[in-house]
Design a protein around this ligand. Sequence first.
Ligand code: PMP
Length: 407
Amino acid sequence: MSIDADLRARAAKVIPGGMYGHLNAALHGDTYPQFFVRGEGARQWDADGREYIDLMCSWGPMIVGHRNPVVEAAAAAQQAQGDCLNGPGPIMVELAELLVDLIPAADWAMFSKNGTDATTQALMVARAATGRAKVLVAHGAYHGADPWCTPGLSGVTASQRADNVEFEYNDLAAVEAAAAAHDGDVAAILVTPFKHDSFEDQAPAEAGFARGVRALADRIGAALVIDEVRAGWRLDLRGSWEAFGVRPDLSAWSKAMANGHPIAAVTGVDALRGPAQTLYSTGSFWFSASAMAAAKATIEILRDGDGVALMERAGERLRSGLAAQAAAHGFQVSQTGPAQIPWLSFAGDDTLAQGIAWAAACLAEGVYLHPWHNWFLSTAHTDDEIDQALLRTDAAFAKLRKESGAA
Ligand code: PMP
């Protein structure tokens, strides 16, 4: 029995379902390992010692390479002094100053642990500011796993969802109609920087949509909240909609903020400082200093080393390599999303069967990517790592072609 299989058998006895949540390997494909023991740069090793070129970056958090020495040194130095103390360390102020310096729409920052903390807290600020209940959210968008937003409805009551009003992403008329239907009671419009729903091709935000939701929020006196949890730190360190000239009132950040160390943030504009101050919103570990030290180090590396451009370059290299391979092997694929947060699907593959088979073949070749969730690149994805990955994805396409009975 493999070590992974043994751990799964033991887990089945002591962990509900053997595993839960987004890292439940059963959701990803039959051959995906559940347990991992090590990461280094752009690589990860599973419990049985198999090495993978990692194109998932732990579902986003890893952005400057697993065990980045600068980030780890900053976190370890803080850890050696104390992490969870009777009050936050000076690092909390330094980190908030860094975010306020970097992000034009940030005049203040509050910290927590997970993306769900940040999206939930941002909506609390919007509701505190407006005294209103409703939040306009895109149908199918993921904003976290609390009762108000989890895609699974088990354990959730209807009243916990009653204030979500849905619209279709990029459909400004639908947002306006949703706002009109709840005239006077809309606290916030909550959007992701691009459409990155699971199981389907990704789509960029249209400029008219981005500018339109900004104008609508202003018109109705609601907060525009951008959920940067997935896209944040990979597209534009100033905020993902800077290129549109659109600045939110509130942003929720997490995932890649501290290269795998647990931290999230809400940043907001001056006008919402007062309402933010009125919240009782806290957690035992929200003020821990070492994750804040890791966040400061991570963001400085990205800022000083032009990290976004590095990730974009890696993504373009991967994308053009995959496009050439797919064509050479006779597959029609679509590659969507920003290059640094990519995804690949096969034309006409409605059941995703082909995508699942190709991802499994990539896994067998030693490339960890995902059949129905977008992938993530990091600054550790050097040209050499991408080229190594492409050798393996080519073998996976070849295997798929052979299995499909093509010549
Ligand atoms: N918002 C978005 C856009 C996300 O992608 C995620 C996580 N996948 C979340 C919120 C929730 O973050 P967390 O899992 O850290 O609570």
